[in-house]
Design a protein around this ligand. Sequence first.
Ligand code: FAD
Length: 374
Amino acid sequence: MTRTDDGVATTRSAEVAVIGGGIVGLSTAYALQEQGVPVRLYEAGLPGMGQSAGESRIFRHAHDDPRLVTFARGSRAVWDEWAEHFDVELVSSDGVVAIGDGALERLRVLDKVGVAAREIDADELAERMPLLAGYSGPAMFDEAGGAIRTRAAITALTDALGDAVVTGEVISIDHRADGTVEVRSVTDSAIHSKVVVCAGRETARLARSVGLSLPVRLAAHVRLTFDVRSAPPAQVACLQDSSGEFGEVGVYAAPLPGNSRYAVGLSQTVGVRDDGTFIDPAAIRSLDQRAHDYVARALPGLDPEPRDFLHCWVTELPWSEDGVAVWEAGSISFVAGHNLFKQAPALGRALAQAATGGGLAAELKSEARLGELQ
Ligand SMILES: Cc1cc2nc3c(=O)[nH]c(=O)nc-3n(C[C@H](O)[C@H](O)[C@H](O)COP(=O)(O)OP(=O)(O)OC[C@H]3O[C@@H](n4cnc5c(N)ncnc54)[C@H](O)[C@@H]3O)c2cc1C
């Protein structure tokens, strides 16, 4: 044990600290553990209950930026590796269907990168997505996409990390003269060689404390879960609907494990002020109603009365709703972006590489603006 300048007892702890036990922090800590690097993960509450809460997310390759498609493809490979290692399904094998003209534009990007995706006709669409109303417009199928089994992933990674996960909110991070970092949590203070901040909506605040201003826009989001009316379909793809055919242009939807429930959200978010209050408190209720009305029109296979709500913070970068970037200040890295669940394994490995002296991948530097429409 040593003492800081103000006399507080500190321990020289694990080499790398990860702050935040959402999917990104857990993936980063696990990637460090894979390399044999001693790691400590600080989580203020329960792992996976921030932006990573809920039972399902979509893994899709379709993005506007070919570099992000390539990154997603790399992440898909790590999901498979981890699924085999933990002997648990982490991404379903039913694929993702996307409908609307935008789907075909993204198909061109997937073709360029060499991802297995193709245009499908109305019959194949009905077979792959049996809950959807009749639709005969443009449609594409992303074969290696699927529903991420979020709870299985959070549980497997948390269990694998074991005692490396400590419960405690980090209240400050400070560089010391020797280049190490002092991390103070509510229960202790420890010294680490490197710190990786994956604190979701709190990342920007922690970055400000070391003089970095991240261009993160905070918003709120709602996703509703609906019961499948009849027996759960044996196979059901995730859905992205930009068609406008059913009255909305930004809908994403995914089955929950077992296929007896299906989660539906509008990609539109609700604006939030810097202090976290809603600019228009009624807006979130109007999203509830629009999701309900959309389900009544587009998804006759579902009961349109929602069974559950998932409310969550969104932390978007200005150049894309799928944008992601890492900022570095001395021995501390900060990661920010949105729609990161699918990217977390590749992101975790990249952050682990940077924390162990391998350098940050060029596409993750903020100036690369990964995710921007190319
Ligand atoms: C409704 C909804 C649907 C989505 N759909 C998709 C999708 O289909 N596909 C996809 O890829 N992504 C999707 N996303 C986005 C994705 O879920 C998030 O980008 C991802 O979960 C973010 O993970 P994270 O680890 O960065 O953050 P979080 O999960 O928020 O984790 C941050 C953690 O840090 C902890 N923390 C914060 N401050 C401190 C502190 N000071 N000390 C210690 N711990 C701290 C928090 O308690 C939290 O557990 C969706 C998000 C929402 C809300």
